[in-house]
Design a protein around this ligand. Structure first.
Ligand code: ADP
Ligand code: MG
Length: 412
């Protein structure tokens, strides 16, 4: 069913159409009717499947159709997310979808001055999107009033759990009216998440999208066997071969991120990095540059990129394999978002093969191997534009080998 057939207000249909959202994704198709009916929902769907709009559309619609005067500090819907980046991103989705409605949306997160954020609460808001930490500060200072909150959304619940926000979440729930609606969204499901969910959500409608396949069907993902010291040449090659594509490159540590940054700089490729050492303003700036395509290669660590939605990422490169197998799914889920298609390639060195095994066990099936012929491998090293690289010798070696092969053939 197309969005124009939905029982949602026209101003929302208008912004959906402008965003190019014609049909709901699977999770939206299943979750929107339940949310509109006021049911509690526990939704599990892989990253990139459109979970944000799955709750934003019905929430904005409800707020639009039930407008109220908002006293100071009142929050009608509280959306809790694990990171500041996510708060920013989800706020943008809400603001965009609500732009032709009077629905008031505010976001709050730590790491920046709180005054402008508290100002926004002077007249109450329909939807507040926030990280648990900042919310608690402001609530304890009396800026936030949750006594009339009708809807609670926990987005990326698995990540919030991992970050230890569970007590904060339970604490918040104590302050909400008894009959509020709870919407619980997660990319993964395990015992711990199930327990959390069922302890806070009453008789939820459970919605799960393709639980068997952890990677979205829109992502074509492969593994290439490349030795540690050669990885940079393969990265250089793939970036140069796809001049207009956007790349998200994952590395294990911030030190590695800066190292890859320098390696790319040496061969004339502009990149930016994103990791735990960047402060909030830096991060927003980095995201903006990458989003707008000013810089088309972003090198990131796992934590910094979790949950981030950047449309139009064509390639995810696992420059290092992730230590935690679940992160594989989160990483490759950064491409092939919504209705788009994406490609993910993992560079696996000999010493990383045990990690690959683990990941494949987690996925429940092997990752397709991207075969690189021996000659092609050598050529990739030889073709680098890195100064001081002995490409001439590499090519000579390569030619010598070819000559040997020819000779062998000739003898037969
Ligand atoms: P998730 O939270 O499931 O990881 P997001 O909500 O961040 O996914 O959405 C992923 C991408 O899909 C976004 O870029 C969004 O704009 C796009 N998207 C969401 N719903 C639709 C739709 N119905 N049609 C087209 N694109 C969509
Ligand atoms: Mg999400």
């Amino acid at each position: 069913m197309r969005f124009d057939k939905y029982a949602i207000a026209d101003p929302i249909k208008r912004s959906l159409a402008e965003s190019g959202f014609v049909k709901p994704t699977d999770i939206q198709f299943k979750a929107i009717p339940s949310i509109m009916k006021g049911e509690d929902v526990l939704a599990i769907a892989q990253t990139g499947t459109g979970k944000t709009a799955a709750f934003a559309i019905p929430i904005i619609n409800w707020m639009h159709e039930n407008q109220e005067k908002l006293p100071k500090g009142i929050v009608r819907c509280l959306v809790m997310v694990p990171t500041r980046e996510l708060a920013v991103q989800i706020t943008e989705v809400f603001q965009n979808l609500a732009k032709y409605t009077p629905v008031k949306i505010l976001s709050m997160f730590g790491g920046v001055d709180q005054t402008p954020q508290t100002k926004g609460l002077d007249r109450g808001v329909d939807v507040l999107i926030t990280t648990p930490g900042r919310m608690f500060d402001l609530r304890s200072q009396g800026f936030i009033d949750l006594s009339q909150t009708q809807i609670l959304v926990l987005d990326e619940a698995d990540h919030m759990l991992a970050l230890g926000f569970i007590r904060d979440i339970r604490d918040t729930i104590k302050n909400l009216p008894k009959n509020h609606q709870t919407l619980f969204f997660s990319a993964t499901i395990n015992e711990e998440i199930k327990n959390l969910a069922y302890s806070i959500v009453r008789n939820p409608i459970r919605i799960q999208i393709s639980p068997k396949d952890r990677v979205s069907k829109n992502v074509d993902h492969q593994v290439a066997f490349i030795e540690m010291d050669d990885k940079r040449f393969f990265l250089e090659r793939i970036i140069k071969e796809h001049e207009t594509s956007k790349f998200l490159v994952f590395v294990r540590t911030k030190v590695r991120a800066e190292r890859v940054f320098s390696a790319m700089q040496r061969v004339g490729i502009e990149t930016i990095t994103m990791h735990g050492d960047k402060d909030q303003l830096d991060r927003l700036d980095v995201m903006e540059k990458f989003r707008t395509g000013k810089v088309r290669v972003l090198i990131a660590t796992d934590v910094s990129a979790r949950g981030i939605d950047i449309s139009g990422v064509n390639y995810v490169i696992n420059y290092d394999l992730p230590d935690i197998d679940e992160n594989y799914v989160h990483r490759v889920g950064r491409t092939g978002r919504g209705m788009e298609k994406g490609i993910a390639v993992s560079f696996c060195a000999t010493e990383e093969k045990p990690v690959l095994e683990e990941i494949q066990k987690f996925l429940g099936k092997p990752i397709q191997v991207l075969e690189i012929e021996k000659d092609e491998y050598k050529m990739t090293l030889a073709l680098t534009e890195e100064p001081g690289t002995n490409w001439r010798k590499l090519i000579e070696d390569h030619e010598a080998e070819l000559a040997k092969k020819r000779k062998k053939k000739g003898k037969k």
